[in-house]
Design a protein around this ligand. Structure first.
Ligand code: HEM
Length: 410
């Protein structure tokens, strides 16, 4: 994936939100445009109160989203495979699990180096096993389980949600954006406007119904970012722009890969990427920040990152290192234990607060399922064999590399 020079500007105003919104149960006024003053006015007021820096810039409005829930996409099988008998392993037919068919395969070619690998989103990508990427939010079959896991983590450790005081306006912006995106993606979710900044949200997959007033924390009963993270499967980080730099000033992150949201809170983009090897990823980090600063309200891009995890463990945060750190040293079976960890990361310049919303959706694929696709097996082995030591170490493939290569090539 490469930076698309001709950036697609996905500007969507109130009318677009109206397309994603339904009618309020029990009536309500005519459907108001978001731009015309349902949330925007409240958000500007909040912003003045918290930052006093002159309000939002650029056009206001919400992105229109494509109603292409990944789980609604037609079943796509790898080329040459027939439905029901998609591939053979040792002469035995194997049906590809959905997580393989829709896995966001991160590699291109036989060599991997750091780059500003962003592309406009959403956009469907075909892989050797199927396809992914038709929607920003992916409400797949693991959705309920993963959201229950997030709720349990937040129950045990509420510090996975952090927020600096001036970010409340951006958090409301993020909430409305994510709920309208969700409503346009999964038919089990609806967001209805009830007039005067009132909204009704319903999510039948989780059995959640909530009526709230945009900008009014009490009406929601919990901080807006935390509620957003209880409805969408992605981890969420909000970056504030100040003095031409970006700062990670809010987030709900329960499925981090070897980092901690409470540790990076308030850090600049450069500081939080401090541990990345090869002199800030061969210069990709400063280039990425320049790219992000150039994003306009409503722009939506994405990138993939890949690493490794032992066990099907979404929560590989620094907070739980004592639980998973030792597991890396005692793998009994590479095929079942070692997972390719891929993060689909969306970068969205929020339409009203102008903050950058960074979404991280984590996918795990055990090596045993990766090798079901011969092209993936070969490509992964080639990339791994060529990967510089410091990158292999950072991604968690350093020590295991010789054994893994032998296993992949057996
Ligand atoms: C275009 C945008 C971005 C690019 C190109 C980028 C690039 C990278 C790269 C190359 C790594 C190392 C990954 C690896 O080798 O497995 C990394 C790690 C990381 N990135 Fe980014 N990143 C971007 C946006 C962001 C944003 C917006 C955040 C917001 C919080 C973020 C947070 C992190 C964190 C926390 C790590 C782990 C650092 C550690 O080891 O403690 N990145 N990023």
């Amino acid at each position: 994936m490469a930076v698309d020079a001709g950036r697609t500007r996905s500007r969507r105003a109130g009318a677009a939100l109206a397309g994603a919104l339904g009618r309020c149960p029990g009536g309500g006024g005519p459907l108001p445009g978001h731009r015309a003053g349902t949330g925007g006015g409240a958000l500007r007021a909040l912003r003045h109160r918290h930052r006093g820096d002159g309000g939002s810039r650029g056009p206001h409005g919400l992105r229109r989203v494509r109603p292409a829930a990944a789980h609604l996409l037609p079943r796509v099988l790898a080329p040459g495979f027939s439905p029901g008998v998609p591939c053979r392993r040792g002469g035995v037919p194997v049906i590809l699990p959905a997580r393989v068919r829709r896995f966001p395969w991160p590699l291109e070619g036989d060599r991997y180096r750091y780059s500003v690998n962003v592309e406009p989103a959403p956009r469907v990508h075909r892989t050797a096993a199927g396809e992914w990427g038709g929607a920003v939010l992916d409400f797949n079959e693991a959705y309920e389980t993963e959201l229950a896991e997030r709720a349990a983590i937040l129950g045990r450790d509420p510090g996975r949600h952090v927020e600096r005081g001036h970010m409340r306006a951006a958090s409301w912006d993020a909430l409305l954006h994510l709920l309208s995106e969700a409503a346009a993606t999964d038919p089990a979710m609806t967001l209805a406007s009830c007039g005067d900044r009132e909204f009704h949200w319903e999510n039948t997959r989780l059995g959640v119904a909530r009526r709230f007033r945009f900008g009014d924390d009490d009406s929601l009963g919990e901080p807006p970012l935390r509620f957003a993270a209880s409805q969408v499967p992605d981890d969420i980080v909000l970056l504030d722009e100040r003095g031409g730099r970006l700062f990670a000033d809010a987030g709900v992150v329960t499925f981090a890969s070897n980092w901690s949201i409470r540790f990076v809170l308030g850090m600049s983009f450069t500081e939080l990427h401090g541990p990345v090897p090869r002199d800030f990823a061969d210069g990709a980090i400063p280039r990425a920040e320049r790219f992000l600063l150039g994003m306009q309200p409503g722009d939506c891009y994405r990138r993939l990152n890949w690493s490794s995890t032992v066990g099907h463990r979404l929560d590989a945060s620094l907070e739980t290192y004592d639980e998973w750190g030792a597991e890396r040293g005692r793998m009994s079976d590479i095929g079942d234990d070692l997972h390719l960890r891929v993060e689909v990361q969306h970068l969205i310049r929020l339409p009203m607060s102008s903050s950058i919303m960074f979404l991280i959706r984590t996918h795990l694929l055990p090596m045993r399922e990766l090798v079901l696709i011969p092209a993936w097996r070969e490509q992964f082995a080639a990339v791994l064999a060529e990967l510089p030591d410091e990158m292999a170490d950072y991604k968690g493939y350093g020590e295991i590399r010789p054994e893994l290569l032998a296993w992949l090539r057996r």
